[in-house]
Design a protein around this ligand. Structure first.
Ligand SMILES: [Zn+2]
Length: 328
């Protein structure tokens, strides 16, 4: 790895094709997709098993996120987080041309025990939603384990799910243990723990690429579901106008990540000096100023500000909307 000081880092997206994916990762977000119409996920920052992000801009081009964490943890993660051997967060864009399976993720303890993986708490920020598209988040009030198990048995899961229309800009926090599905027509950004522990309970009667139903994980799902959780609705963010006239919204807060949204019409200084910050471009274009360089942050793009880079001035091109995500 070149011995150069860190700078705002851009990584090559890792594209995932799955039966429910579509084309919008390419057509709207300008990811380098091929001809197929099943592009489901763009892993923007990942240090998960064999899916590891690689820097694709500047002097650190070719360096993996895992190498940065393992060999330059103090500079990249920050002093309080260094010593970890894995980057703690996974951020993605997800294009659901079709509805995703109904699923639940375990918490850390159950993730380790049932899947040999971290738990998974996640947050969605909706980018685009076709008319009529839905979000399924949580069970209807008072659904019991017995009712849910019987519904899985008979394939009648949908009536037990809480649902609402998907609206661009809405932010939904899916804590571990919440039954959920992303509906057909939704394109969203997802911020989550570095984990892929997913237990599927219902796949809408469809078959996978091999013509057979995809596996369900009923026992693990029932054990991971929090039956006290009930319906989950979009967050109502606390909103603040900064002295420069920008709008700041506090989105989700949990032990794993703190997510904020910034609607910028004037330059703003974002980032931290003691930990890394993830920046995601959600609307318009901006430039990130760092030591005389200006790094582009457009809609659909993700940058990692290493801890050693410190706060940076973000200059919107007209107006821009940016998410920031840190480990609290
Ligand atoms: Zn999920």
């Amino acid at each position: 790895m070149p011995a150069v000081p860190p700078y705002p880092l851009r990584f090559e997206p890792i594209l995932r094709q799955l039966i429910w994916g579509g084309r919008r990762l390419g057509t709207l977000l300008h990811k380098p997709i091929g001809e197929a119409n099943d592009y489901a996920e763009s892993w923007e920052l990942s240090d998960y098993r064999d899916a590891v992000s690689v820097v694709n801009e500047g002097e650190l081009t070719g360096t993996t996120l895992r190498e940065l964490v393992q060999f330059r943890g103090r500079e990249v993660l920050g002093p309080g987080l260094s010593g970890r051997n894995q980057f703690p967060l996974l951020v993605k864009f997800i294009d659901a041309r079709e509805v995703l399976s109904v699923q639940v993720h375990p918490d850390d303890e159950k993730g380790k025990r049932l899947a040999g993986d971290n738990g998974k708490t996640e947050t969605w920020v909706i980018v685009d939603a076709e008319p009529g598209s839905l979000i399924y988040a949580g069970l209807r009030p008072d659904v019991t384990r017995e009712q849910f198990a019987a519904a899985i048995e008979t394939g009648q899961v949908e009536p037990l799910l809480h649902r609402f229309p998907a609206r661009p800009g809405d932010c939904i926090m899916i804590e571990a243990g919440t039954v959920h599905a992303i509906g057909a027509g939704v394109l969203l950004a997802e911020i989550q723990q570095m984990s892929d522990a997913t237990f599927r309970v219902f796949d809408w009667g469809r078959v996978g690429g091999d013509g057979r139903p995809r596996a369900l994980h009923v026992r693990e799902a029932l054990e991971s579901t929090d039956f006290a959780r009930g319906p989950v609705n979009p967050l109502i963010p606390a909103l603040e106008t900064t002295s420069a006239g920008n709008v700041h919204e506090q989105l989700s807060r949990c032990p794993y990540f703190a997510l904020d949204r910034w609607r910028l019409s004037r330059p703003a200084v974002l980032g931290c000096d003691d930990r890394f910050t993830i920046l995601m471009g959600m609307e318009g274009r901006a430039k990130v100023r760092h030591e005389g360089q200006r790094v582009r942050l457009a809609f659909g793009e993700t940058l990692l500000l290493p801890a050693a880079v410190g706060p940076c001035e973000i200059i919107p091109d007209g107006e821009a909307e940016v998410l920031t995500c840190v480990v609290p």
